[in-house]
Design a binder for this molecule. Sequence first.
Ligand code: UD1
Length: 331
Amino acid sequence: MSHAPILVTGGAGYIGSHVVLQLREQGERVIVLDNLSTGFADAVIGAELVVGEVGDSALVEALLRQHGIDTVMHFAARTIVPESVADPLRYYGNNTCATRNLLGACQLVSVKHVVFSSTAAVYGIPGAGRAAECDATQPINPYGSSKLMSEWMLRDLSAATPLRHVALRYFNVAGCDRAGRVGQSTEKATLLVKVAAEAALGIRPHVAIFGTDYPTADGTGVRDYIHVEDLASAHLAALHYLRAGGESVTLNAGYGHGYSVREVLSAMSRALGSAVPFVEQPRRAGDPPELVAECSRIQQVLGWKPALDDLDLICASALQWERTLLARRGA
Ligand code: UD1
């Protein structure tokens, strides 16, 4: 049976573009809505790209009606934590208010399913370094708050109407499409694996290790790094779950074990074949020592199984993409 097309907001961005590829590989029809503020048109492969705002209810309603869309995957958001601290209203506008408008259009045309891109940042700093879905949500920055407010809107809309949703709380997403078609192209990257890949290729002089005195095995911060292709496949599992009648649910997306900053740098050095330069610096404000997912629930509920739980593979794919970017820029 052929399904209606899927609207993917933010499909020109890092995670959205990987999901679009997998949807297309499964024969789904896809319409991407992206304002290209941080995304790239050439990252949209095999889908129609509509350049516009997610918060433009009239545009979204028209798209939903025109294509008979009953499923929306919502990635479009700003995601840089320090930027959210400096300019909170921009984050509440772009992430929370725009999501409210999108959901308003979804309600008007009776969209059935929403898959929402949430974040581990909703937990803030969990006690034992591990976060389960039932734990308290106490975001410590506007980025996390803006996403949590969107989760609440979805929860309440799902309770009040037939709409059902899956919210996925991402841990540390890293790596790139192994076939090299799309990757993380964000300028002025701050996420560790991307920064390490840039330092490996001399795009920046070194990686700064933010803090070597944490109460962790080697003194550096520990995170749960999930390969972006595994994260993308979790979205497809969520889609199948909703189509099969699954109830609304919020799920952690991670592997359930962590690596330190030093372990990431070692893996990137192995991918490079020589040592990635680093300097040691004081802790970065707001960083928890350890943040790892309790992740049995996503496997039980969605039947999703990670296939790429391998830090070396994550770093190698990130490095390969960084080389592709360099070549494209003619460097
Ligand atoms: C950050 C956000 C998080 C968000 C996630 C994805 C903060 C505090 N957290 O996660 O809310 O969900 O991005 O957008 O901003 N590190 C270095 N040197 C670097 C970069 C990072 O040592 O140049 C360390 C950090 O201290 C941390 C680990 O590497 O221990 C991972 O950091 P990063 O990749 O920035 O992600 P998070 O801060 O975990």
